[in-house]
Design a binder for this molecule. Sequence first.
Ligand SMILES: *Cc1c(COP(=O)(O)O)cnc(C)c1O
Length: 430
Amino acid sequence: MNEELMARDLAHIWHPCTQMKDHEAIPIIPIKRAQGVWLYDFDGNRYIDSISSWWVNLFGHSNPYINEKVHEQLQTLEHVIFAGFTHEQIVRLSERLVALTPEGLERCFYADNGSSAVEVALKMSFHYFKNRGEIRPYFVSLTNSYHGETLGALAVGDVELYKQTYEEILIRTLQTPVPKDRSLEAAMEAAKEFESLLERHAKEVSALIVEPLVQCAGYMHMYHPAFLRELKRICEEHDVHLIADEIAVGFGRTGTLFACEQAGVSPDFMCLSKGLTGGYLPLSVVLTTDEIYGAFYCDYNDFKAFLHSHSYTGNALACAAANATLDIFEQEDIIQKNRIKSQYIAKKLERFKDIDKVSNIRQYGMIAALDIKGYDPKQRIGLRINQECLKREVFIRPLGNVIYFMPPYVISFDEIDMMMDTVYDVLKEL
Ligand SMILES: *Cc1c(COP(=O)(O)O)cnc(C)c1O
């Protein structure tokens, strides 16, 4: 069955983030079912999902509670147009998100994936200033940043691999350096650069967009929370919006429910997706302030409304999954439980120090990463490690030469052992 599905897949399907020719040599793996942290294929093999299926899954695959809640929703309302209509799940979800996110975020605008949320935040910020009579055509983003792959999101990103090809058709943006390491000094130094950029350009800039604390797709680069605090202060002083892209770091990944909390920062916009539905269904949301909302609020013929829409906006099944996910956070004190798990992960990470080829071991909460030294990118060492780990029931997906662990929060201590010991053994044998 594996073989047959593989062949039928490759006959018609074009996979994301993939050179399809790779699959002449590397099998694509059909998954039959999944439970907890485990993915099961059709041949009786299983794999630990160490990266939460691209960082979306929080409480395991086929989580009984989320299953039940989505199933329940399915019996009453699967979806309804979200202009002129509303439903119970989304009202409840919005109240909860407003209560949980940093102070000042009062309004929820929904879309159905992370990149779209970023587009919404960028357009809203630009449009806000336009409604105030100012044209501010630039966004500032950090070097090494990633915010998604639609054209606007790609334009504010800086991962060459994804961006370079499209350079000629992207909007022009400004960049400011991310702190070079996790020290306070590096944070202050980089903040100074941003301050000097805004001193020159503030009147042309709508917003700064940042991924708080960890640039996940930016090779898991981590920085000091003081940097965020400084960015917020500088943005405020220059009347420029701060967009916090918590699509990957939100919902407990960095050790707090939202990464901004560690800096005590309330952004003007917060983008959420990925973990929002516990990894069940596509949904995203942009939270913003009453002040920004107010700049769009007027008589219809004053034409200040935000006329952005997506067909599946506010999908009821996705909202039910999101509410179920928040229920679990509430009922099980996940943040505290994760603290214990991430301490355990930290201890296991120590061990990697005795591998010569490993450097830059780092962690924020439930994200742990390390670099492999001494290989040219063309050697694709990450891919080799991925293939070797798969044979030993562990699925990891390195970013270039960076190995990272970002497991579902339901991972048990034994499963952490298995995941990390397997990678350790594979690295040791390189
Ligand atoms: C994944 C991601 C996005 C894009 O979300 P998609 O749902 O993949 O479009 C944007 N920003 C960050 C920080 C992400 O990790």
